[in-house]
Design a protein around this ligand. Structure first.
Ligand code: BES
Ligand code: MN
Ligand code: ZN
Length: 485
C-alpha cells in the first residue's frame, strides 16, 4: 500500500545522498530487478513503507555526475526529479512529497512542479483548470524540500509561473478571450506589492493611433484589449524600466488569408508570447526583484468576419508609417508594431524584449529545441543566452540583418507585412525594427524572441508532459534577476 506521504531521493551512484535517514539509495537499487547494473540517469525505483509509513522513489543522476559541468548537472537533476515525480504521481493517494533537493535545490523545485503539471478539462475527476471554479485550484501534491532553502522557494516561483503560462496557452480560445486573459492576470497579481495593472479598450487604442493593431481586430466581434503591467521594484522608482512586449492573439484563424483547417486549434496558443511575459512579470513581482519592469500585450482574435482587413489594405501605424497588409495571417507583426512603438515612447525602457509566436518559418528553422533571438545588441544576446542556458530554456541567435530589407519594401507602402518564404523569420523581425523608438539613437537595446517552435512540445520530456511549454518564462525571470543584481 502506498502512503499519502512520499519521498523523492535523487542520487549520484558514486556519492549517494545521506540526507534521508533510513533511505540508502544504493542498497535499495541493489534490490531491484536491474540491481546488478549501474543505475543510468533517470532510472527510478519505488519502495513502499521505506522508511516506515512512507513511499520512496529513488532516482539516479547517472555515472560520472561530479565531473560534469554545472549546466549539465542541473539538467540531470531536473530530469531525475522529473522522472521520480512522473512515477509517484501515478499513485492516486500520494498527497505530500518531500524532496531531497541537496544536489540542486532550485533545479529540483523547478522539475518537481513542472513534472506534476498536466492540463485537462475532463470532468471524470474534478479538474483544477475547470473555469467554472471561482478560485484557481491547488496542485494535487504538496512538495517540500528535506532542507528549507531560498533557492528551493525561488525555484517554486519560477515553475509555478511557467505553469501559469502553460495554462493560459492551453485554454481553448472560447475560454481565454482578450477579456478573460486580462481578468485572469488581474486575479493572479492580487495583493502583490508595487504593481499597477491597466486594461485599455479599443477606443483608447484608436485615440493613440494604433491603427495597425486595430486592423487585426476588425474581423472579430470579440473586444480587443491592451494590457499594461507596471512593476516598480527598484529603489529608484523613476529609473528607466526593462520592458517586455508579448504577442497576444487569443486565436489566429489567419483572417481573410484563412489558415488550413488541420491543426488550426494550435492557434489558441498564439498568445503564448503574452502568456510568457505576464507570467515572468508575476514571478519578478512575487520575488520583489529590485528592478523596474513594464509589460504590455496587445490582445485580440484574428478572424475573417465581415469587417475584416483585406489583403492589400494599407494602414497608417502609430508611428506614422504606412503598412500594407499583404497577408492577414501575418498579424503578429501588426499588433506588435504599435505595441512596441507605444511601449518604447511611453516608458522609455533601457531594454525592450518582445516575445511572439511569430512565424511558421521559426518552427522549420529551430524546431522545439531553441527559441530564436534576433538582436543587434551582442550584450543583450549574451545575457539572454546565459539566462537560457542556466534554466535550460535555450536560445539560438538568428540574423537581424538589413540585407533582408528589400523583401519587405516591395509595395506602395513603407512596409509590407510579408517578405516571401526565404528567411521568413528574419523578415518578420526586420519589420518590427522601425517601431522600436530610440534604437537608431542607441538609447535602447532590443531583442525579438520568436517562440513559434518552442511554444509546444509534441512529445513528452522527462520533466514536462507534452503540450504548451510556457517557454521562455524561466529564461526571462532569470534574465531579469541577473540584471537586477
Ligand atoms: N501565429 C502564426 C505563426 C505560427 C505558426 C506560430 C505555427 C506557431 C506555429 C503567425 O501569425 C503566422 O500565421 N505567420 C505566417 C506569416 C506569413 C503569412 C508571412 C506564417 O508563418 O506562415
Ligand atoms: Mn497568423
Ligand atoms: Zn499568429
Amino acid at each position: 500500500m502506498s502512503s499519502s506521504q512520499a519521498l523523492i531521493v535523487p542520487f549520484d551512484p558514486s556519492a549517494p545522498s545521506q540526507a534521508v535517514a533510513g533511505v540508502q539509495p544504493l542498497q535499495l537499487w541493489s534490490l531491484t530487478p536491474s540491481g546488478d547494473k549501474a543505475p543510468k540517469a533517470g532510472a527510478t525505483a519505488t519502495f513502499y513503507n521505506t522508511p516506515a509509513g512512507k513511499t520512496t522513489t529513488i532516482s539516479s543522476v547517472g555515472d560520472g555526475f561530479a565531473a560534469k559541468s554545472s549546466e549539465v548537472k542541473r539538467e540531470l537533476v531536473r530530469k531525475s526529479v522529473g522522472a521520480a515525480v512522473k512515477e509517484l504521481k501515478a499513485f492516486e493517494g500520494v498527497k505530500e512529497v518531500v524532496v531531497d533537493a541537496s544536489l540542486d535545490p532550485h533545479a529540483a523545485a523547478v522539475a518537481a512542479h513542472l513534472a506534476l503539471y498536466k492540463f485537462t478539462l475532463k470532468t471524470n475527476v474534478p479538474s483544477p483548470f475547470d473555469p467554472r471554479n471561482a478560485e484557481p485550484a491547488k496542485e494535487r501534491i504538496a512538495f517540500a524540500p528535506v532542507e528549507a532553502s531560498g533557492e528551493w522557494d525561488r525555484g517554486v516561483v519560477y515553475a509555478q509561473s511557467q505553469n501559469l503560462a502553460r495554462t493560459l496557452a492551453e485554454y481553448p480560445a472560447n475560454m481565454i478571450t482578450p477579456t478573460a486573459f486580462t481578468e485572469r492576470v488581474r486575479r493572479e497579481f492580487e495583493g502583490i506589492a508595487n504593481v499597477e495593472i491597466v486594461v485599455r479598450d479599443e477606443a483608447w487604442a484608436a485615440e493613440k493611433g494604433m491603427n495597425v493593431f486595430l486592423s487585426v481586430t476588425h474581423g472579430t466581434s470579440e473586444p480587443a484589449k491592451f494590457l499594461e503591467i507596471i512593476y516598480k521594484g527598484a529603489a529608484d522608482k523613476t529609473a528607466a524600466p526593462l520592458a517586455f512586449v508579448g504577442k497576444g492573439i487569443t486565436f489566429d484563424s489567419g483572417g481573410i488569408s484563412l489558415k488550413p483547417g488541420a491543426g488550426m486549434k494550435l492557434m489558441r496558443g498564439d498568445m503564448g508570447g503574452a502568456a510568457a511575459v505576464v507570467s515572468a512579470a508575476l514571478a519578478i513581482a512575487k520575488l520583489q526583484l529590485p528592478i523596474n519592469l513594464v509589460v504590455t500585450t496587445p490582445l485580440t482574435e484574428n478572424m475573417p468576419g465581415p469587417s475584416a482587413t483585406k489583403p492589400g489594405d494599407i494602414i497608417y501605424a502609430m508611428n506614422g508609417k504606412s503598412v500594407e497588409v499583404d497577408n492577414t495571417d501575418a498579424e503578429g507583426r501588426l499588433v506588435l508594431s504599435d505595441a512596441i512603438y507605444y511601449t518604447s515612447t511611453e516608458y522609455k525602457p533601457h531594454t525592450l524584449i518582445d516575445v511572439a509566436t511569430l512565424t511558421g518559418a521559426m518552427v522549420i528553422a529551430l524546431g522545439e529545441v531553441f527559441s530564436g533571438v534576433f538582436s543587434s545588441s551582442d550584450e543583450l544576446w549574451q545575457q539572454l543566452y546565459e539566462a537560457g542556458q542556466l534554466e535550460h530554456d535555450r536560445f539560438w541567435r538568428m540574423p537581424m540583418d538589413e540585407e533582408y530589407l528589400p523583401q519587405i519594401h516591395g509595395s506602395n507602402a513603407d512596409l509590407q507585412n510579408t517578405g516571401g518564404r526565404p528567411a521568413g523569420s528574419a523578415t518578420a523581425a526586420l519589420f518590427l525594427k522601425p517601431f522600436v523608438a530610440g534604437l537608431e539613437e542607441g538609447e535602447i537595446k532590443w531583442a525579438h524572441l520568436d517562440i513559434a517552435g518552442s511554444m509546444e512540445a509534441t512529445r513528452p520530456g522527462q520533466y514536462q508532459e507534452k503540450g504548451m511549454t510556457g517557454r521562455p518564462v524561466r529564461a526571462l525571470i532569470e534574465f531579469a534577476r541577473r540584471l537586477a543584481n
